[in-house]
Write a protein of this length. Structure first.
Length: 178
């Protein structure tokens, strides 16, 4: 059964050891959001905690392209491959970076207009403040959807992305120009 267009379709792709996992789980449970959760490395007991009528949880491999095609928002730890796949699919992201590498990836995705970083209190990496607000901010991003539309209609590519990106060399380029 396909959820109504107005409902949120959340795709969660996170490692089981992430301290924020309970915070990520609690809001879709309480708000009845249609959620597909891939919790890598999760035990059966961990997955039982996610069990609900509107949530599908698994710890095994998922067809990422298929999952992203059916998602309004991706919540992930900001791994490079996952962020790249979401960018290609045009799915906005809520990112929960944990390492220096994922923080850099998250910052790049935010600068590209494709993601928001989850609001976490200083010094406490087990809590996420207002995940719902972060999801709404991510859904409001036009860049990922514009990219998807541009792939469907190349004539609109110039108007789809007006984001200026500053490269490592300090020069600013317009993404629509290449």
């Amino acid at each position: 059964m396909t959820p109504p267009a107005s409902s949120k379709r959340i795709f969660v792709y996170l490692p089981a050891e992430l301290p924020h996992l309970k915070g990520v789980r609690d809001q879709p449970l309480a708000r009845q959001w249609s959620t597909t959760a891939v919790i890598r490395g999760a035990s059966h007991a961990d997955l039982v905690l996610w069990h609900a009528k509107h949530i599908q949880a698994q710890s095994t491999h998922v067809d990422m392209a298929h999952a992203l095609a059916h998602a309004d928002v991706l919540i992930t730890h900001a791994g490079h491959s996952t962020v790249c796949q979401a960018l290609l699919a045009g799915v906005p992201m809520v990112l929960i970076p944990r390492s220096l590498e994922t923080r850099h990836t998250a910052i790049a995705a935010v600068h590209a207009g494709a993601a928001v970083i989850a609001d976490m209190p200083e010094g406490d990496d087990s809590v996420i403040n207002d995940l719902a607000g972060s999801i709404e901010q991510a859904k409001a991003l036009t860049h990922p959807r514009a990219r998807r539309q541009a792939r469907l209609d190349p004539a609109k590519a110039g108007e789809a992305s007006g984001s200026n990106i500053k490269g490592a060399n300090g020069q600013t380029t317009n993404e629509a120009e290449g």
